[in-house]
Design a protein around this ligand. Structure first.
Ligand code: MF3
Ligand code: CO
Length: 291
């Protein structure tokens, strides 16, 4: 049975204030929007300032790792070496790599090269060579709080076509981010991502999306990029989710590695790019927590 909180009871958010002086109006506003048949967030998706601060601390490790590779990734490096480095930096900073043993995932990080869409397994056999584009997708647990973000890295001399894919994918995230504000809809962001990808002749992967994050690795909502403006879940202050579109140079279809059921590739073998940021919806817009 769900007990209703009284106006004078402590607010569900943990602020210690009375409900009527805290999230009462906020909940009433959400209820009105729900009545208009929109998907709306539940209380678990709304983080309080203490939680947000803990999540920020986790993000610092994630950012430090991606910054490290901005400086140090090079031709001849294996993706297994990237995996070891991620493990070392994370644990040295007091964290745990979130992917390790996550639903059986066997490594500390995902490294997805060229036609690999996401969840690439680091390997001694994958030696980065000039012309490769690689996504390093890093996720961290610190004191029980989660962070998750990824960047693209260009190795040596990358063709103009692949460089443009990497650049446009980044722009997709930036344009999507501009749409993140309270009382808007996730579809506003999704459509911005999709429109920009398609205007550039690219396609957007449909099957894999972003997600809520912070108290768990993958929380609700699921965040897609084939949604339309004014649809999908309502965004409200305190929500944290990732924007992590996978943009393909060719067709949108993807396939999964037969042996491990993790690694995702483009069906047509053409390159794919992805950037991932973690964003907090604030009272007047958004804050990027991790990128
Ligand atoms: N950013 C990726 C995601 O949310 C991280 C995947 S790690 C894995 O799917 F362990 F799930 F592979
Ligand atoms: Co993610």
């Amino acid at each position: 049975m769900k007990l209703k909180i009284g106006r004078n009871d402590p607010c569900w958010c943990g602020s210690g204030k009375k409900y009527k002086a805290c999230h009462w109006d906020f909940d009433a506003r959400i209820a009105l929007i729900r009545a208009q048949h929109h998907k709306v967030p539940n209380h678990k998706m709304i983080k309080n300032p203490e939680q947000i601060e803990k999540i920020r601390e986790s993000c610092r490790i994630n950012i430090a790792i991606l910054d490290y590779f901005d400086e140090h990734i090079h031709e001849g490096m294996t993706t297994a070496e990237i995996d070891r480095t991620v493990y070392d930096i994370t644990t040295r900073m007091g964290g745990i790599p979130a992917p390790l043993h996550y639903e059986g995932y066997p490594y500390s990080v995902c490294t997805s090269v060229n036609d690999q869409v996401c969840h690439g397994f680091p390997s001694e056999n994958v030696i980065l060579k000039s012309g490769d584009i690689v996504n390093i997708d890093c996720s961290t647990i610190l004191n029980g709080y989660f962070s998750d973000s990824s960047r693209m890295y260009c190795i040596g001399e990358v063709s103009p076509e692949k460089k443009r894919l990497v650049q446009v994918t980044k722009e997709c995230v930036e344009l999507g981010l501009k749409e993140v504000k309270p009382w808007g809809f996730l579809g506003d962001m999704g459509q911005a991502v999709n429109d920009h990808a398609r205007a550039n002749g690219y396609s957007v992967v449909r099957e894999i999306g972003g997600h809520g994050v912070g108290l768990e690795f993958h929380e609700d909502p699921w965040v897609g990029y084939v949604t339309k403006r004014g649809t999908d879940m309502l965004m409200v202050p305190g929500m944290i989710f990732t924007i992590e579109p996978m943009i393909n140079m060719g067709r949108a279809d993807v396939c999964t590695h037969e042996d491990n059921d993790w690694e995702i590739f483009t069906d047509d073998g053409r390159p794919s790019a992805q950037w991932e940021i973690m964003v907090l919806v604030t009272e007047d817009g958004h804050e990027v927590l991790c990128w």
